[in-house]
Design a protein around this ligand. Sequence first.
Ligand code: C5P
Length: 311
Amino acid sequence: MLTEALNYAGRTDSVRVRAPAKINLHLGVGDRRDDGYHELTTVYQAISLYDEVIVSTADVDGVTCEVDGAFAAEVPTDSTNLAVAAVELLAAEAGVTPSVNVKVRKRIPVAGGLAGGSADGAAALLAAAHLWELNVDRAELLRHAAKLGSDVPFCLMGNTALGVGHGEQVAPVADNGMYHWVVATADTQLSTPEVYREVDRLRAAGDGRYSDDVTELSAALRDGNVRTLAAALRNDMSQAALSLRPQLREVLTAGMADGALAALVSGSGPTTLFLTRDEHHANALAGRLRLRQVTAGVLVATGPVQGAHVV
Ligand code: C5P
């Protein structure tokens, strides 16, 4: 319960929250619904790549925002920033007049299929709830998170979870493994709605179908078995992302040639992911991929990790 944590934390004028990036171990995309969203069956995993959001009391009314870090130049500081939107939403819901500054330390690549913006929204929601000592429980925060975006509830929840609806209805999944990922970032972005439109276009032409069965994946996760996990990874957006960014195929092929257990597009891309056996294998693969210079950046990360949390 958040309330207990608040009592323990006591009064404060600044709250720092760390929020992880997400990947999709399974991303099944169904039909486009009347509300414009696509029906999803997805399994999310939070990985050890983090943004930090610091929400602090300010002297003037309103919400100001500043962003620093590797990808700061690509991040807006107005209400289109999900961290700002989160603070404004919570203020409206709780009847608080906000006088706060939101500082985002950006480490997660922007528009890369890693839910970086959603991570910031989840972090800001949690930070503001603590700052204002609101009596809100997890379920209520998850409901607020769903209003901000499809991936925001998962960014709060963390670890490994099943997402249904348009991705916003999340429930934990039993996962007994700790997996080592190589994350290859691109120097271009992909707009999520654009990739969904490409999925629709390909489907209309008879290409691709909805993968809604996660039985094999769930068993692999329950066993914590990295080899069966490798065989069960699935992304219905992959073909659309590759259609929009054909050069990603070269990155995926390179990772497999260099010994990855599996390669896949992260969410709507253009980030790509490589599953490895262990930490040593991940570092070795990352080194080889860097030498090839087929991708803008190469990071290593582990998952699952906990969701947004106060630090
Ligand atoms: O929920 P979120 O704001 O992150 O979604 C951004 C956009 O991605 C939506 O406006 C929609 O175009 C698309 N989307 C979708 N189906 C989903 C999730 C997102 O079509 N399940």
